[in-house]
Design a protein around this ligand. Structure first.
Ligand SMILES: [Zn+2]
Length: 313
């Protein structure tokens, strides 16, 4: 009898436990469902970070300010900028573009003339290489006019490498790429402004030079419009950086004087800070800011010279 009661007692307990277990299971399944939905919601709302860098060769900041540049102005309104940034003291194209794309000055990247003799790309590669090491799935594009820039690219750094004879053709290709392709990082170099500087001088009083700057701005407009019309644009978070490799005076550049070494820098997009940047910005900051926006950790061991500028956080 006692045994029976015990059995029944324990039997009841067991039944209770089973009921409780069932309830707990139901609850945890419900919780799991809610958490999964929340994660799905969050992941749907996490945008893909992407970067467009547009470099206008030989675009002197005071002439850029004088020119009518509505496309760049609207990028500035949604971003951070400075007209007092600095490029390499050897203000020739090869040295400065290499600084922009490796994140180090010429004493490290070793490009000291436009012939690009023995660049130190083993230690200081094009930042596309670091992007690929971070995530080989990210698609890297380099579309330019001045061919020499590509001398620092190594096998596998870029998915698309293209060179064109003028800036209209460069822009056409970039528009095509941004419209139809899965671009993550794209570097664009426009060269016609520098051609105008060598021919007509780089000063704000040079009307033909100013016209060339204005044309470059309209090309920037075409690229940014193409970017905004991307099929998946609402799920993407683009950082647009516009800068230059050097300024110029007396129909040339290359010296360590303010007219040649002062450059501008614009970083525009949701993740950019707003307004004028007060700290000193340098050409070597460009690729580091781009990498940071892509979610990369800038490693101490890379011993880069640049820093992140104009980004929130
Ligand atoms: Zn140049």
């Amino acid at each position: 009898m006692i045994r029976n009661i015990k059995d029944r007692y324990y039997g009841n307990i067991s039944l209770k436990k089973i009921k409780m277990k069932f309830k707990t299971n139901l609850l945890s399944r419900k919780m799991f469902g809610i958490i999964s939905l929340a994660l799905l919601f969050v992941s749907c709302n996490v945008k893909e970070n992407k970067v467009l860098i547009i470099g206008i060769d030989g675009c002197r900041p005071d002439s850029f300010i004088k020119a009518n540049t509505p496309s760049s102005d609207s990028l500035m309104k949604t971003g951070a900028y400075t007209f007092n940034a600095k490029t390499d003291e050897i203000s020739s194209s090869g040295i400065c573009w290499t600084g922009m794309l490796t994140g180090v000055w010429h004493d490290k990247h070793k490009v000291v003339t436009n012939s690009y003799k023995n660049p130190n790309i083993g230690e200081y590669p094009h930042f596309f290489r670091r992007v690929k090491q971070f995530n080989p799935e990210l698609k890297t594009y380099s579309v330019i006019q001045w061919t020499a820039i590509h001398k620092i690219l190594q096998e596998g750094d870029a998915d698309v490498v293209k060179t064109f004879g003028n800036d209209d053709l460069v822009t056409d290709e970039v528009v095509r790429n941004l419209t139809n392709e899965d671009v993550d990082v794209i570097f664009v170099q426009l060269d016609d402004v520098d051609h105008a500087g060598h021919k007509y001088d780089y000063v704000p009083e040079s009307e033909n030079y100013i016209q060339a700057v204005e044309k470059a701005d309209s090309q920037i407009g075409r690229m940014v419009n193409a970017l905004k019309k991307r099929e998946n644009y609402k799920n993407e978070n683009w950082l647009v950086i516009v800068s230059t490799d050097h300024g110029g005076s007396n129909f040339g550049h290359g010296q360590n004087i303010p007219e040649h070494t002062t450059i501008f820098y614009i970083a525009s997009g949701e993740n950019a800070t707003r307004g004028e940047i007060t700290e000193q910005v340098n050409v070597v900051d460009v690729c580091i800011t781009a990498m940071k926006h892509l979610g990369m950790e800038i490693k101490e061991e890379w011993s880069l010279d640049g820093k992140v500028v104009g980004l929130i956080n």
